[in-house]
Design a protein around this ligand. Sequence first.
Ligand SMILES: [Zn+2]
Length: 314
Amino acid sequence: MALKDIVGQEKALRILLGTLRRNRMPSSMLLSGDTGIGKRLTALNYAKAVNCLQPVDSDCCDTCSSCRKIESGIHPDVISVFPENNEIRIDEVRKIDEMLSFKAFEGRKKVVIIDDAETMNINAANAFLKTLEEPPPDSLILLISSNADNLPDTIKSRCMHVRFYPLPLEGCKKVISKKTDTKDMKILLNLAMGRPGIALSGDVLKEKEWCLKLLRNMIQGESKDIWEDRNAMKLWLDMSFLVLRDTAVFKITGKTTDMICGDTCKTSSLQNVIDAYQRLQMLKGLLDFNLNKSISWNYVSSIMRNALNVSNNE
Ligand SMILES: [Zn+2]
């Protein structure tokens, strides 16, 4: 594929293709936005376009040897960095510095794609800042983040910031239908909420069942089956936002036709649902601070029981 094939991110693509057409690529860019909306795919195809041997209208050709190597992850001038155990450490930054210190082997630019850049720990971020301040010639650093607020301002301010947004329904449908059969399309579209990468991650339907089961346990006061780790908690919170959304819709309309999760939760108070939503959003923002699991479970339990208080229902 090429940049032109990325669906639903016209604004970001206009900016990125503009830098290629004018041959004015910044040395570092931050691609930010929700998970599953095409940031990494775009970064990879931008790296291809930058190094393409026969670009088509400044976009990559997707067929030359450079494009094929980058696509398969074997181009010597393009590397990807991912967090390990939810963290990017200083060793990774040293590896990046070393790679960037060489001349490009065969490409026009050396490209580093850093996924989940906000997971850089403090030492890594400080070291990386020096790389950003004095970028080696012909280097291009692409930071990807679904939580850019957690990146230090000093890093953000040195990058050209390109924002990505959830896809409109039709765009989301187009991406999902290319990769999966249509039998589960409606539920996948609902769960994706404009983030096709989420729907295509393979386990979204199972994850939904798991989240709802945990919620039922929580409401019944059981606590033997709590979240395994921070990622599980994040996933669960995202799903609980959908449950609260469904609950609010049901309270207002009395209809089940617009449910996303399919489980009808009742509430005695719309305000309690809104409060719960806000509190859980705040909690999600604190997840990187290694919250105590069982205290968080008790806190979330009381919020959800209060919001979905079936026994107090009219
Ligand atoms: Zn090419």
